[in-house]
Write a protein that binds this ligand. Structure first.
Ligand code: OSB
Ligand code: MG
Length: 368
């Protein structure tokens, strides 16, 4: 396969509810949509970087820049391009996993479309639908939080994840537990908001029977996570800390986590995401698919990833309606707590030209 051209497009999707985490508040999802033109047809992808370098060091316009300035020229100069070759070709460029992941996803989509194969089958998926949960942001009041959780449980989500930070942890978790009962699968995500001196405080979460506590400490601080794991009953799950399969092996060896959140953008692509999955499986550790408020493009690909056998917990892959009133693809719906894995070739979904045009804020073309 040869790359013949590319289109970089910024889209802007207002969120149905502001999404507040310990990192900040988001009211709109700006995303970078990539369309590659290859000798065998087109391929689509999105880059999951946020507007600002908060969750990770990447940010959307920076990701677009490294893609246009370095990644695409390198790939446009190649005679033979295949999905596994993307990481090799871009291996000399350090960092930028979300930008690399977007490029790899578009090449995967193009080559699987040409081969008539779906991404789930290609990755080794074993499920036609995957169990899903919802990530609930920090709210101004406990009542507001209970209202949201009630709505999501009624919609059938199989797991509720509460964003926490110092000052918003024990009380909201207690309120949700007491209101909705012990059978609700409940987790918390701190997005690195705590320090080692908070360990005693975090142990206070043990009484609520949480499925896991996600990323309480800084990304590079495996040591504090390992210490917490020795004194807390609740399993520790890592998100920001795991940027490769090698990181996953290191974290597991050090006892820093017993569950892993896998996000393809964070680890540099769907192929590395599968390797993280394989490392976890070898350790007998469950994984689940994280989310980055993706458009329908990223959601489709994440559903394929989450169909792999090691994805044992509901993913942060919610219905389109949980994020946006309008998406660039056909909407995804939740039925009995599950979302169907798209069945078509490639990522199994194509943006609608209509929706794309309505939500696009800028377009740029690249050719050899
Ligand atoms: O930490 O999992 C996270 C969204 C953006 C950045 C980081 C995170 C999240 C979420 C939302 O929790 C998950 C979703 O897309 O539904
Ligand atoms: Mg997280």
């Amino acid at each position: 396969m040869k790359l013949c051209g590319a289109e970089l497009r910024f889209v802007s999707l207002p969120l149905v509810t502001p999404f507040r985490t310990s990192l900040g508040t988001q009211t709109v999802r700006n995303a970078l949509v990539l369309r590659l033109e290859t000798s065998q047809g087109e391929g689509w992808a999105e880059c999951v970087a946020d507007d600002e370098p908060g969750y990770s060091s990447e940010y959307l316009t920076g990701a677009a820049d490294v893609i246009r300035r370095f990644f695409l020229p390198r790939l446009l100069a190649m005679d033979e391009l295949d999905p596994a070759g993307v990481a090799v070709a871009l291996g000399g460029f350090r960092g930028h996993p979300m930008a690399k992941s977007a490029v790899e996803m578009a090449v995967l989509d193009a080559s699987l479309r040409a081969a008539g194969m779906g991404l789930s089958a290609y990755l080794g998926g074993v499920r036609r639908r995957v169990p899903v949960g919802v990530s609930v942001g920090i709210t101004d009041t406990i009542d507001e939080l209970l209202g949201l959780v009630d709505k999501y449980l009624t919609a059938g989500y199989l797991r509720i994840k509460l964003k926490i930070e110092p000052g918003w942890d024990i009380e909201p978790v207690r309120a949700v537990r007491e209101t909705f009962g012990p059978s609700v699968a409940l987790t918390v995500d701190a997005n690195t908001a705590y320090r080692q001196s908070d360990i005693r405080h975090l142990r206070g979460l043990d009484e609520f029977g949480l499925l896991l506590v996600e990323q309480p400490f800084a990304p590079e601080d495996l040591h504090s996570h390992a210490r917490l794991a020795t004194v807390m009953e609740t399993p520790i799950c890592l998100d920001e800390s795991i940027t490769s399969a090698r990181d996953a092996a290191t974290a597991l060896r050090q006892g820093a986590c017993s569950i892993i959140n896998i996000k393809p953008g964070r680890v540099g692509g769907y192929l590395e995401a599968r390797r993280v999955h394989d490392v976890a499986q070898a350790h007998g550790v469950p994984v689940w698919c994280g989310g980055m408020l993706e458009t329908g493009l990223g959601r489709a690909a994440n559903l394929a990833l989450a169909s792999l056998p090691g994805f044992q917990l509901p993913g942060d892959i919610s219905a389109t309606a949980r994020y946006f009133t309008e998406d660039i693809t056909a909407p995804f719906a939740v039925a009995e707590g599950h979302i169907e894995v798209p069945a078509g070739p490639g990522i199994g979904i194509t943006p609608s030209a209509d929706f794309l045009d309505r939500l696009t804020t800028s377009i740029e073309r690249l050719s050899p």
